[in-house]
Design a protein around this ligand. Sequence first.
Ligand code: HPA
Length: 252
Amino acid sequence: MGRVSLKERIAIIGGTGLNVFDELEKRREEQVSTPFGAPSAPLIYGELGDRPVVFLARHGAGHAIAPHRINYRANLWALKQCGAQYIIAVAAVGGIHKEMIPERLSIPNQIIDYTCSRKNTYFDKDLSEVTHIDFTYPYCETLRMKLILASRAGHLKAYENGTYGATEGPRLETAAEIVRLERDGCDMVGMTGMPEAALARELGLCYAACAVCANFAAGRGEGVLSMNEIQDTIARAMVKVRILIKEVVTLI
Ligand code: HPA
């Protein structure tokens, strides 16, 4: 396979636990601006196994931007602007489905959106025509399949499906809310999957996610949720995420 062109640049949006991506070689940082304001952090350009990759820390370089305060529109716009075509979003989740146990990775295939306060579209005002995107299948199936193949190649045993419930946060859910999410069909719950996926679709980007199970969702484990335990679990799971990313770039 030859070197990819700029148009095939791969973007990684790193979530909690993946604030830096040291594996990138020939790193270069750029602070960009967009019509929607500044993205969460400077874009980090580099190479991974000879592929041009750009990395963006979703919660900011210092991990200080809460999920509901992230400028999702600026983030996706900045990635599109720099030539990214494939967007791999890494995001921590709580596990609801019995297969979604702490440290397990998942490549979700559906989303239910419970967020309520976020700027969730580019097709907002000053339109020549009202625009509705198709979102039947919210993730790019081409990239999802590559993530699944990469996970198999790396023997990571990812859960290869699943419905991601996107909650507003920043608080975690109540046990009753998790019962409701499960009844709705959610297999995992996180706070950053939307509007990120929809904005990527509006921009015509090929976007898929790797969800990292950080904890049993509220009411499903023992006792209440501990932030320290969640962070420790995410740190351990990130070893797998780094393997996944190294494998997947060879397939794009
Ligand atoms: N709920 C929502 N978001 C999360 C969780 C959770 O239990 N764990 C990690 N991100």
